[in-house]
Ligand binder design. Structure first.
Ligand SMILES: [Zn+2]
Length: 293
């Protein structure tokens, strides 16, 4: 109707959610750490450039921007991959040097790991790194010093907490949404999104997204956005690679988790990425920091 102001529809005010990729090789996962020695990594077939390339192509289809939490180990060996990520408008952030979980380190070892990873990532990419994600969401009640170290090292944000109960990780009582973990510091923690079903929290990214119907994660993103908060979603490049070598001597449970539904992942991701608004986590962290004041 002419002259009549129509309020914008809810879909026009879509909340931008955080899209993230934890850039590591198929053999650099917690599930295989007891059967694949770190000393053997350099001799294993590298697939991270090809797999991350497929992820970049997938994001380019929709124009979605994302954060790539990358291992220093990968940056040292595949600097061109990091340059390609940056050229496509995505963010490079840190995932540590070699996937050592934070709760296995001392505060001093954690600081050294942060510094070595950041130097490798910045050397390879040519851009400043301001974000960090702990390997296997390993910042929890066992590491009360970890956020303090991140703040002292000048990080703007961390996305290292999973507010869930899980056999390998989790800090069930952590806040679901952005918070300031260190009093008096600017550092913001952006926990990975969990679905809330009654009193239960369910993970929504990575293996959960791959193994369960994507409707669950879609629903969780809408649930979080209905609370006017951004969702934080993650997955790994190896999850779009059905042709990766199989680790025969891994525990059965690990093998079931790691190898199931790899062929379905790209299609599910396409659907998820097209169905919501997505962006880099540094931008979302800045918005959440402004909101927290
Ligand atoms: Zn990881």
């Amino acid at each position: 109707m002419k002259g009549h102001a129509t309020p914008p529809s809810p879909s026009a005010m879509r909340i931008e959610n955080g899209l993230s990729v934890d850039v590591e090789e198929w053999f650099q996962v917690g599930a295989f750490e007891r059967v694949i020695d770190k000393a053997d990594w350099p001799g294993l077939q590298s697939r991270v450039e090809a797999n991350t390339g497929a992820v970049l192509d997938l994001f380019a289809e929709t124009g979605a921007k994302a954060t790539f939490f990358t291992l220093g180990w990968v940056a040292e060996r595949a600097p061109r991959l990091l340059q390609r990520i940056v050229a496509a408008g995505h963010e490079i952030a840190s995932h540590g040097v070699d996937h050592q979980r934070v709760f296995t380190m001392t505060a001093a070892q954690f600081r050294a790991d942060l510094r070595r990873a950041r130097a490798a990532l910045e050397d390879a990419s040519g851009v400043a790194v301001t974000g960090y994600r702990a390997p296997s969401f390993s910042i929890d009640t066992r590491t009360p010093w970890a956020h303090q170290v991140l703040a002292e090292e000048g990080y703007a944000y961390s996305s290292s907490v999973a507010p869930v109960r899980h056999d390998h990780y989790g800090w069930p009582d952590a806040p679901r949404f952005a918070f300031r973990p260190v009093a008096g510091a600017d550092l913001v923690e952006l926990p990975v999104t969990v679905a809330r079903i009654g009193n239960r929290h369910l993970a929504t990214g990575g293996g959960f997204f791959r193994l369960f119907p994507s409707a669950l994660t879609n629903w969780a993103v809408r649930q979080v956005n209905a609370e006017e908060r951004p969702a934080i979603f993650y997955f790994h490049p190896w999850e779009v690679d059905p042709g990766q070598p199989r680790v025969a001597n891994a525990p059965l449970k690990s093998k079931l988790r790691h190898y199931s539904r790899l062929g379905a992942m790209a299609g599910k991701l396409r659907h998820l990425v097209a169905g919501h608004a997505w962006g880099r986590i540094d931008a979302i962290a800045a918005r959440e920091a402004a909101r927290l004041g």
